[in-house]
Design a protein around this ligand. Structure first.
Ligand code: SF4
Length: 244
């Protein structure tokens, strides 16, 4: 009878401990997150105001209705593109009644270049219809009423209330405002509603509207998403440049 083969152990024995255990890679130093103390916040607000004394909404409009339409179109689209699109749209549909009676395909054709044009055209027509049926064709000032309009969420309602009626319920938090608020160390939140809540704590109410416009303009001109131009930024001495 042949000798029985020696079976190999099923699991390998653990490797001997290395005399040079791998040391964890040292974490990349991150900029210190500066607490948004009141003095620094005030200095940032003052610097923003000095460089942008008369901030305005970049969406061209001549009435609350036009701003409402332009803001709905601005979702996932640049303001410049919206501004190229709205003159023809407003020439054809100058008010809520005209837009409420518009054909879907005709509106789609006019807003096609802003992207998501089918949904936007549908929302615009439904929004106009509700303005006519519930508010006599006028844009309401109340937040609750604005939020009942198709295609209108809190950000759009804030834009219209702030720009057209001088009413501030909060800070408009778009992609620029959220990014800059984080870089400036004003918030660590990424959810726009939470960012807005924290900014409302930091920024005096009378500056909410202007602050939003200023951050948007600063985000476009200098502190853009991919390559912030810190070397020519007037906030450089006040900014902890979080995650930059
Ligand atoms: S210093 Fe840099 S990161 Fe801070 S706001 Fe200016 S451009 Fe943005």
């Amino acid at each position: 009878m042949p000798p029985a083969k020696r079976s190999r152990p099923r699991s390998p024995s653990p490797r001997p401990a290395s005399p040079h255990p791998a040391s964890p890679r040292p974490a990349r130093p991150r900029p210190e997150r500066a607490a948004p103390d009141a003095q620094r916040v005030a200095a940032v607000l003052a610097a923003l105001a000095e460089h942008d004394p008369e901030p305005r909404c970049a969406l061209e409009h001549a009435s609350p209705f036009e701003l409402l339409v332009a803001t709905i179109l601005s979702a996932q689209c640049t303001d410049a593109r919206v501004n190229q699109t709205t003159p023809a749209l407003f020439a054809r549909y100058p008010d809520a009644r005209a837009l409420a009676d518009a054909e879907q395909e005709d509106v789609e054709e006019l807003v096609r270049s802003t992207g998501f044009f089918r949904n936007k055209a549908k929302n615009l027509r439904a929004m106009a219809r509700r303005l006519v049926d519930a508010y006599g064709g006028a844009v309401p000032r109340e937040m609750e009423a604005l939020l009942t309009l198709p295609g209108v969420a809190r950000k759009t309602a804030n834009v219209v209330r702030g720009e057209c009626f001088g009413l501030a319920d909060g800070v408009v938090v778009d992609t620029h405002v959220g990014r800059l608020a984080r870089r400036l160390g004003f918030t660590s939140q990424s959810d726009p509603v939470k960012v807005e809540r924290e900014l409302m704590e930091l920024v005096p109410r009378e500056q909410w509207i202007a602050f939003g416009h200023r951050l948007i303009r600063h985000g476009r001109a200098i502190c853009n998403a991919r390559k912030p131009a810190c070397e020519r930024c007037h906030l450089v001495d006040l900014c902890p440049r979080v995650d930059v």
